[in-house]
Write a protein that binds this ligand. Structure first.
Ligand code: ADP
Ligand code: MG
Length: 249
């Protein structure tokens, strides 16, 4: 059963078609990676799927109760501690103090933040730790679905790998589903059950590839082989490393 379903979704900015005829489903407990070159409309699609942007046309069905989002920029409030940041959404929701504390501690434990970290302000935390806080803030509301929009792009390779492990750990019990946007095919091949490739010129989903096995059990060798073969032989991935110069400063 799918928890998120997009049917024939199209979108345009200022008359320029960005997305056209997008069909995409995410099943319960599944992580679908969405890949495509910079500027092809991945974030726009995530915003449409999450209900933040109204599409020009198409239908979106969500059967999950609550979702959360994690972005490349952790966007923490500088004046609040890690605990305060994680707590923010719960306070907005009007939850009582005792329950909030319990939710915050549970979320922090899921991303391996220790009590010492919880009292620190964002400026005192490393990039990886800040992203952990952002993930904990997302988890604190006990979402059934998480949108990840290139969350680890700014992190170095070793750290990115640890954060990917974290995502696989929190998704392992099959209760959480997600859409994981990345332009790193290795990352997609590591964390996802399926990989959707978005076309550069708004022509929809070029291909949907199902990865063998479950994310956490895939070996590095298998991932490497899969990516090499995809880049060499699968035409869906032909433009994956194209760069849209309009995106560059
Ligand atoms: N609010 C906006 N107004 C006009 N154009 C936009 C807006 N947001 C994004 N775009 C353009 O739409 C295209 C897709 O953007 P985006 O969804 O951010 O791509 P991606 O996340 O794949 O890099 C880009 O060309 C971008 O410049
Ligand atoms: Mg984007």
């Amino acid at each position: 059963m799918s928890v998120l379903s997009l049917k024939n979704v199209s979108h345009a900015y200022l008359g320029r078609t960005i997305l056209d005829g997008i069909d995409l489903d995410v099943a319960c407990g599944e992580i679908v990676a969405l890949v495509g070159p910079s500027g092809c409309g991945k974030s726009t699609l995530a915003h449409i799927a999450a209900g933040l942007t109204e599409p020009k046309s198409g239908r979106i069905t969500r059967t999950y109760k609550r979702h959360a989002m994690v972005f490349q920029d952790p966007a923490l409030m500088p004046w609040a501690t890690a605990a305060g940041n994680i707590d923010y959404g719960l306070r907005l929701a009007g939850m009582g103090r005792a329950a909030r504390q319990e939710y915050v501690m549970a979320a922090a434990a899921q991303v391996a933040l220790v009590p010492d970290d919880m009292e620190k302000f964002p400026i005192e935390l490393s990039g990886g730790m800040r992203q952990r806080v952002a993930i904990a803030r997302a988890l604190a509301v006990k979402p059934e679905f998480i949108f990840f929009d290139e969350p680890f792009t700014a992190l170095d390779v070793a750290l990115r790998r640890r954060m990917q492990n974290l995502v696989m750990d929190i998704c392992i019990d099959g209760r959480l589903s997600g859409l994981f946007i990345t332009h790193d095919l290795y990352e997609a091949a590591r964390v996802a059950h399926r990989i959707a490739v978005l076309d550069t010129r708004g022509n929809g989903v070029l291909g949907m590839r199902t990865m063998a096995g479950t994310p956490a059990q895939r070996s590095d060798a298998a991932i490497f082989d899969w990516v090499q073969t995809a880049l060499e032989q699968d035409t869906a991935f032909r433009h994956i490393h194209d760069v849209d110069e309009r995106q560059l400063a």
